[in-house]
Design a protein around this ligand. Structure first.
Ligand code: BGC
Length: 417
């Protein structure tokens, strides 16, 4: 379905190839991304500076509203024959565009710089299509984190909950003390981000893969999946009434400012704490969503270059090489909250949450517990992903029972395939 949609707009792009090739400014690289929060913008400046040292100017094309909005804008730009030179992409979106022959082959840069040996296997699965590099991964984010205000936890003598039941009991104490237990932004992708953790907590890595990666109807329709929805229902009871539509970084601010005690969010939230001058284990705590120790639900930002003719190629290569630069990856990820997508970057300079993430990823790689985030497009293609988004967000924003949600989930996945 998605493929067909891209194919339908192919004609426009092919027509524009010749045009863009002639008109392209070889010394400028237009980069489209959705990094518009304070922490994200600071991290982005590392990439801008890196590109500059290679002799290229950065043409900034930020898209407000997150990855979903960016995907829509990209489709429109491709349809009108005017794609950017490079674009931030997640998971299955990369092979979908590559299979339609839109993406630049980055093999010359990748083989010169040895990317094959540097990038973890589960990430390469998305960076390479038919054995060819078509995207450069700049970071590894993780979604099964909880970010907590340390002052509130200390005041109430709370420690990171080890089970979901403990989390529920802690939330009760937090509410009674006058704080919001869970800072949440009511946008479909944020609800999906919480769902990543709920499914992992309810069933563990094997179940997560069976249900959300293999889309096995018996796992999707199981009692274990019902437990994941039960967790979502309990979490819904922990948020404040003003959650609908709130941006994720505003929810993070609620934890930073001590209005709320916790946020379940990928570690780009850490970029907001850092940007506000906050320190881990001094001002805030980072710990795994209960029941997900040992599991690493990853979300990797990659940049792909669009095929726009020979003239744009040197700039796109220079940008890919900037992204994969060891020093750039160290600096960028320390600010962004993520960890490098290269395995050879030393831990020096990373804070305790970053070091934990680096160690956890290495351990998870050995036990096959590094699994792709459903919410951020690394578990299933965009068609079923959007269908599951609808089920999850409808459940979170209604009084539907977990048993009915599970039935809806099985049906939605079936219809989307
Ligand atoms: C991206 C992150 C980004 C976050 C919030 C995620 O989809 O992978 O890099 O910080 O969205 O904008």
């Amino acid at each position: 379905m998605y493929k067909k949609r891209i194919a339908a707009i192919a004609v426009g792009l092919v027509a524009c190839h010749a045009l863009s090739a002639g008109a392209a400014d070889t010394k400028t690289v237009e980069v489209m991304h959705w990094w518009t929060s304070g922490g994200e913008a600071k991290a982005l400046s590392v990439l801008k500076d890196g590109l500059k040292t290679k002799g290229y100017a950065w043409k900034d094309s930020p898209i407000a509203g997150g990855g979903e909005a960016a995907r829509t804008v990209l489709k429109a730009r491709v349809a009108s024959g005017n794609p950017p030179d490079a674009i931030q992409m997640l998971g299955f979106t990369i092979p979908e565009y590559a299979q339609e022959d839109y993406l630049q082959n980055l093999d010359p840069v990748a083989s010169k710089e040895g990317w094959d040996k540097l990038v973890p296997g589960p990430i390469q699965k998305f960076s390479k299509v038919d054995g060819h590099w078509v995207a450069a991964p700049v970071d590894v984010h993780r979604t099964n984190w909880i970010w907590a205000n340390k002052k509130i936890f200390d005041q109430l003598k709370l420690t990171p909950p080890k089970t979901f039941e403990e989390l529920v009991a802690d939330a009760d104490k937090i509410r009674k003390a006058g704080y919001i237990p869970l800072a949440h932004g009511g946008q479909a992708w944020q609800e999906a981000t919480i769902f990543d953790s709920a499914v992992m907590s309810a069933g563990g890595p094997k179940f997560y893969q069976q249900a959300l990666v293999k889309l096995d109807p018996s796992a999707l329709g199981s009692k274990t999946m019902e437990k994941a929805f039960d967790q979502m229902r309990a979490l819904r009871g922990m948020v404040d009434p003003n959650f609908p539509g709130r941006d994720w970084n505003l929810a993070t601010s609620m934890v930073i400012n001590g209005k709320a005690a916790m946020q379940i969010m990928g570690d780009w939230a850490k970029g907001e704490f850092a940007s506000a001058g906050k320190q881990p284990n001094v001002d805030y705590l980072c710990f795994n969503y209960p029941g997900t120790d040992g599991a690493f639900i990853f979300n990797t930002d990659q940049f792909a270059g669009f095929k726009k003719g020979e003239a744009s190629l040197p700039g796109e290569y220079a940008f890919a090489s900037t992204i994969m630069d060891k020093g750039v990856q160290a600096k960028f990820n320390q600010i962004k909250g993520s960890i490098p997508a290269r395995l050879d970057v030393p831990q020096d300079g990373f804070d305790e949450c970053g070091k934990k993430s680096m160690n956890d990823m290495r351990a998870a790689l050995k036990t096959d517990s590094m699994v792709g985030s459903f919410a951020h497009g690394h578990a299933m293609p965009d068609g079923p992903k959007n269908a599951v988004y609808d089920v999850v967000t409808h459940f979170f924003n209604s009084n539907q029972s977990s048993a009915d949600a599970v039935k809806a989930l099985v049906a939605a996945v079936k219809n989307s395939q």
